[in-house]
Design a protein around this ligand. Structure first.
Ligand code: KG4
Ligand code: ZN
Length: 360
């Protein structure tokens, strides 16, 4: 099969999704997903109410080979015919990261192909360019199980973090509330589902930091308030659970909306007049409809365009990793086979910038 431009294999193993994909990037910068295979590890972790790092790493070892083979088969492209291999090198659970990173390097070495070590957060940050052809600059709100942050995306490797969570990530708060209410996994979607039957005004939960000008988040006080309310009402009826879930969700939607309002004001001040205001939402929590509706209102009022990539590409996947690799490779970047794994790897760290020669 002969495709002009770049054809890249992407591998993702930084949390509880084992994923691989083959994506192309044509010389004009347009992307196409040829295959995108994701295996979620819900079953492995269900009994523990959260992701167990060692079990996650073991499951990646067991499944990654098959997932990569399926990505190759689905795309109709043999691994020897891709132009490069990209794998997540962090941030994430280090055991899992090592599985995908080492596998990616091994494939690259076996077929003598370029290798790109991808920052998982950059992969989320650049997804809107794959799915919506979005031009730089834009503001990204990343809300996932591990992260809650605003990042100004000026270009590949050019990131400014404007705010982050000082305690729990938003998805983590959803997951903890789900656990507290005995809703099982996946936590976020289960909270959203039961909240549909509840009264969002039944409980007046706090909105931490909402009055402050900073663009940081805090969810642990809210989580504690939810716990105290649940304990005070115990034993909970189904209606109590629905009311608590709905009230929690209303609180986080207001927090996210108010932070985003401030962030868009700052964006307007920061960009030259006439540059369009664009807000991209990434991460699993982007699937939440109450939060989505609140963000749409905020964006509209600010005269900004809200971009939410298709949900399967907002949650962890291999296509976003392949795409980030393609974007870097098209700018001349490539990594060595000694590229390290990172448990922590902020987007604004020095090694994210492309060097003049493009090497990372
Ligand atoms: O991006 P993601 O797939 O994985 C990473 O954490 O990187 O995000 C998963 C997170 C989980 O915490 C999950 O509970 C949350 O996103 N989530 C949701 C919804 N769907 C997924 N939270 C609220 N509402 C949802 N519909
Ligand atoms: Zn993620």
């Amino acid at each position: 099969m002969n495709i002009p431009g770049l054809t890249i294999l992407g591998i993702e193993t930084s949390c509880d999704e084992t994923a691989a994909a083959i994506v192309t990037r044509d010389p004009s910068g347009a992307g196409r997903i040829l295959s995108n295979i994701v295996r979620s590890q819900f079953a492995e972790h269900a009994a523990y109410g959260g992701v167990v790092p060692e079990l996650a790493a073991r499951a990646h070892v067991e499944h990654l080979d098959h997932i990569i083979a399926a990505a190759s088969r689905d795309a109709g492209i043999a691994l020897k015919d891709v132009d490069a291999i990209a794998a997540t090198a962090g941030p994430g659970l280090i055991g899992g990261v090592l599985v995908g990173l080492t596998t990616g390097k091994a494939i690259a070495a076996a077929f003598n192909k370029p290798f790109i070590a991808v920052n998982h957060l950059e992969a989320h940050a650049l997804t809107a360019r794959l799915t919506n052809g979005l031009a730089f600059p834009y503001l990204m709100l990343l809300v996932s199980g591990g992260h809650s942050q605003f990042v100004l995306v000026r270009g590949v490797g050019q990131y400014e973090r404007w705010g982050t969570t000082i305690d729990d990530a938003l998805g983590e708060a959803f997951d903890k509330v789900a656990k507290l209410l005995d809703l099982g996994v996946p936590g976020g979607p289960n909270v959203e589902k039961i909240a549909l039957k509840g009264n969002p005004k039944a409980f007046a939960f706090p909105r931490p930091l909402i009055k402050e000008a900073r663009l940081d988040f805090s969810f642990s006080g809210l989580k504690t308030a939810v716990r105290l309310a649940a304990e005070a009402r115990a034993p909970l009826t189904e209606q109590d659970v629905a009311d608590i879930a709905a009230s929690f969700q209303a609180s986080v939607a207001e927090i996210v909306a108010s932070r985003s309002r401030r962030a868009l004001h700052r964006l307007r001040d920061e960009l030259a007049p006439g540059v369009p205001l664009q807000l991209v939402v990434a991460g699993g929590v982007a699937a939440n409809r109450t939060i989505g509706a609140a963000l749409r209102e905020v964006a509209e009022a600010a005269g900004a365009t809200l971009v939410v990539p298709p949900i399967p590409l907002c949650t962890d996947n291999g296509a976003m990793v392949a795409w980030a690799g393609a974007e870097r490779l098209s700018l001349g970047a490539r990594s060595t086979l000694s590229a390290p794994a990172h448990a922590r790897w902020p987007l604004d760290s020095a090694d994210m910038a492309l060097s003049p020669a493009g090497a990372t």
